[in-house]
Design a protein around this ligand. Structure first.
Ligand SMILES: Cc1cc2nc3c(=O)[nH]c(=O)nc-3n(C[C@H](O)[C@H](O)[C@H](O)COP(=O)(O)O)c2cc1C
Length: 158
């Protein structure tokens, strides 16, 4: 991709979410910003996960995942979900396990719980299409964390 196109894509606006799933009693999570609603009826969201992410095979096997809206005061969660050990990412965090098995942090702004209904892969990211089976707005007030708060945008390069 040329530098000018990278610059344009760097102007796109994104929220920052925590994507989680549970497979064989282990919880998995990663930070993701390429997320969008893609249908109203049925309610569908799309999450774009680089094909090399270690969490991806577990989402595909678990068939359910959650997308959690982080608050703009929760940027420290990003560091924790970067740690190399997948197992350590949830250590010490307070979270609940929903009916479909997905873990959801207790202090996020809101979340949706999704059934994986399709996976598309024309590029270097897997496009996970999730049908929302439940959702909850945990806090009515609070401002969602966005890439603008971090001063940088995820470009999918690394
Ligand atoms: C703000 C932010 C946004 C990100 N957005 C995405 C994304 O949309 N898709 C993706 O595959 N990775 C994204 N990443 C990278 C992943 O969080 C990734 O988990 C991390 O680089 C570690 O890879 P691993 O989970 O395979 O260890 C993002 C990272 C940050 C900090």
């Amino acid at each position: 991709m040329n530098k000018e196109i990278e610059k344009v894509l760097g102007k796109f606006s994104y929220g920052i979410y925590l994507l989680t799933c549970r497979y064989e009693d282990t919880d998995y999570g990663m930070i993701i910003s390429w997320v969008t609603q893609v249908s109203y009826d049925p309610p569908l969201v799309l999450a774009s996960v680089k094909k090399t992410r270690r969490v991806l095979p577990y989402i595909e096997k678990a068939k359910y995942f959650s997308l959690q809206v982080l608050e703009n005061t929760q940027a420290e969660i990003l560091d924790r979900f970067k740690v190399p050990s997948l197992e350590e990412r949830f250590t010490g965090l307070s979270y609940q396990i929903l009916d479909t098995g997905v873990p959801v942090l207790t202090n996020v702004l809101a979340y949706v719980e999704c059934k994986l209904v399709d996976v598309l892969g024309p590029g270097d990211h897997a496009l996970l299409v999730g049908e929302i089976v439940s959702g909850e707005c945990i806090k009515d007030t609070g401002v969602p964390l966005t890439c603008r708060d971090l001063g940088k945008v995820y470009l999918g390069k690394y």
